[in-house]
Design a binder for this molecule. Structure first.
Ligand SMILES: [Zn+2]
Ligand SMILES: [Zn+2]
Length: 361
């Protein structure tokens, strides 16, 4: 019997049809990114897939997502909208990332997860030999991951019905390769042959009331690699707990939601006018920015207090074209070490605790 997809394949769309047929057969598409890391370079590399903060979408910067590679192993921190496209642009196959860390579950940091999971799922071994994909995060991570899997399998069921041998089925249902690991306290949350990850709760949700029993926590991560220590602040306001976590780190990857007070106020006024916010909502948003995010002065003070070697900024919230040099200058008023302000797809390499740009574009 003719495959229904074949009947769709007429002259104008041969490439699309070939791709659809390959997908239906569970075969990796021919345009999958090349495996550029098979040899496993002996260094750590950080790839900034998304450098924008929320809440508005923008064309020039994707939502927060940072990939780091250690000895050829890939790990992802956060997964905002646009992550999968940036991974493709960076030449990174999402299926290579078997471990994902979520700092917190704000929408700008997690709404790209289903896209990444769907692409992972497409390339899973039908015999189940690919192994699990682990997603670490605060309370409600399991709910998020389970919901994302249920969302994506609806679209895969017709392919599996046509070609069951191409899919890993358990009792007739599509097998779920995603495992959520929730944690709700400070301490080591992950360890493998290459890295060790320690989490510390930060101040990003400080004062947020508990909603109907849902526990909400936001974490910063300290990642020990053979080539140096990286600390990811995630989203946070000033926090002694983060200062302690970052003590003596080689690289502090810090959110920098605004350059300074004027920058922040301009952004708040612009978004309030666009969204027709009430004065009360404007004040709530201003308080959120002041207490639960960092500007360049707060980043510089954090970096100095923790005695880190270098700082890399991201999570720029203002929607105007960011003046990267101004961000760097703002931090340098309070911190003497190297400071970088990357764009999307910028890469940094770390060996012996020293970081430098190794962008390929
Ligand atoms: Zn954010
Ligand atoms: Zn946030």
């Amino acid at each position: 019997m003719r495959n229904p997809l074949q009947s769709l394949c007429s002259r104008p769309l041969p490439l699309l049809c070939c791709t659809l047929l390959a997908l239906a057969a569970g075969v990796s598409s021919a345009d999958a990114a090349p495996d550029t890391h098979a040899a496993g370079p002996r260094r750590a590399e950080i790839v900034f897939l998304g450098t924008a903060g929320g809440p508005l979408l923008r064309l020039d910067r994707s939502r927060p997502a940072t990939l780091f590679q250690v000895d050829g192993h890939d790990y992802l921190v956060d997964c905002g909208i646009g992550t999968i496209r940036r991974m493709m642009e960076a030449g990174i196959e999402s299926g290579r990332v078997r471990t994902i860390f979520l700092t917190h579950l704000h929408a700008d940091h997690d709404l790209g997860l289903a896209d990444v999971m769907a692409n992972d799922y497409l390339h899973e071994d039908p015999a189940g030999a690919s192994g699990p994909i682990a997603i670490y995060g605060p309370p409600q991570t399991r709910e998020l991951v389970d919901a994302a899997f249920h969302y994506i399998v609806v679209g895969f069921r017709p392919f599996a019905a046509q070609n069951p041998a191409a899919y890993h089925l358990v009792n007739g249902e599509l097998a779920d390769p995603f495992i959520a690991h929730e944690f709700d306290r400070d301490g080591m949350i992950f360890r493998d042959d290459s890295i060790q990850v320690t989490a510390a709760e930060n101040s990003h949700y400080a004062g947020v009331p508990m909603q109907r029993g849902y526990e909400m926590k936001s974490y910063s991560y300290r990642v020990r690699t053979p080539y140096g220590v990286i600390v990811f602040t995630g989203d946070t306001g000033p926090s002694d707990n983060v200062s302690r976590l970052a003590k003596g780190a080689d690289v502090l990857v810090a959110e920098s939601s605004s350059r300074d007070r004027e920058d922040r106020d301009r952004f708040i006024e612009a978004i309030a006018a666009r969204e027709h916010w009430s004065p009360r909502r404007i004040e709530a948003f201003r308080t959120h920015f002041e207490l639960q995010h960092l500007d360049t002065e707060a980043v510089g003070r954090l970096a100095s207090k923790a005695g880190v070697k270098s700082v890399v900024l991201y999570h720029y919230a203002p929607n105007d074209k960011s003046d990267q040099a101004a961000y760097v200058r703002g931090v340098k008023k309070f911190f003497a070490g190297p400071v970088f302000a990357p764009d999307d797809l910028d890469r940094y390499c770390m060996s012996s605790g020293t970081i430098q740009s190794c962008s390929k574009h």
